[in-house]
Design a protein around this ligand. Structure first.
Ligand code: ITT
Length: 209
């Protein structure tokens, strides 16, 4: 039986951490939160794309750790709002806004613009870095529809208004296992697992030339 790969998660979001812990259960990885995450210099997630933020975040925090670090940038994309809140999903409604405030702001925006097309998707870009070098990047998405009012109390973020037609429930009405099976984050993480299973992780080689 090969040794599990130890990975450190760089995230301040407890909802994400809980999902990753369930995703890692019984797999060939051991996942822990990056030690002292809250006391490390913060990475400024102000790039215009999820990919740049995920890469930057993993790279930045990997400089403070021996072990490989994973970080994701994710968000809710609403085509009828030109892709908003998208890369701004965490800051939508201002820095002090709660998940409930952000949901109310989004619903108000849909109403005020008379939006009838309620398709939306969650997107996740997940990056793996080791000691200042990016080793791999994975992304995936899940498509759904925006509800007119929140439903359910599981999950986090925009889950209560994200209706998943395949199961006929909102993401906040799914168990963690059900959400992980279908979610943008679950699918991206399984790509990472396949990558880790296909090759041993090596420390970055330092070129002297
Ligand atoms: P870290 O950067 O510290 O990991 P964060 O909450 O700031 O935590 P992001 O920058 O990736 O995370 O922002 C993603 C936001 O998008 C998140 O705060 C939610 O509002 C939303 N989001 C992402 N994935 C989601 C999911 O699975 N369910 C509901 N909302 C989600």
């Amino acid at each position: 039986m090969p040794e599990p790969v130890k990975l450190l998660l760089a995230s301040s979001n407890p909802g994400k951490l809980r999902e990753y812990q369930v995703l890692a259960e019984g797999r060939a990885v051991e996942l822990a939160l990056l030690a002292c995450f809250d006391r490390l210099p913060r990475f400024d997630e102000s790039a215009p794309t999820l990919a740049e933020n995920a890469l930057g975040k993993a790279l930045h925090y990997s400089r403070f750790a021996e072990l490989p670090v994973i970080a994701d940038d994710s968000g809710l994309v609403v085509p009828a709002l030109g892709g908003a809140p998208g890369v701004h999903s965490a800051r939508y409604g201002g820095p002090q806004a709660s998940d409930a405030d952000r949901i109310q702001k989004l619903l108000a925006e849909l109403r005020s613009k008379g939006v009838t097309e309620r398709c939306a998707r969650f997107v996740c870009v997940l990056a793996l870095a080791l000691q200042g070098q990016v080793l791999a990047v994975f992304s995936d998405l899940v498509a759904g529809e925006l509800l007119e009012a929140p439903r359910g109390s599981e999950g986090f973020g925009y889950d209560p208004i994200f209706f998943f037609p395949t199961l006929g429930r909102s993401f906040a009405e799914l168990t963690r296992e059900e959400k992980n099976q279908h979610s943008h984050r679950g699918k991206a993480f399984r790509k990472l697992l396949a990558f880790l299973e296909s090759r041993p992780l090596r420390r970055p080689e330092v070129s002297s030339g």
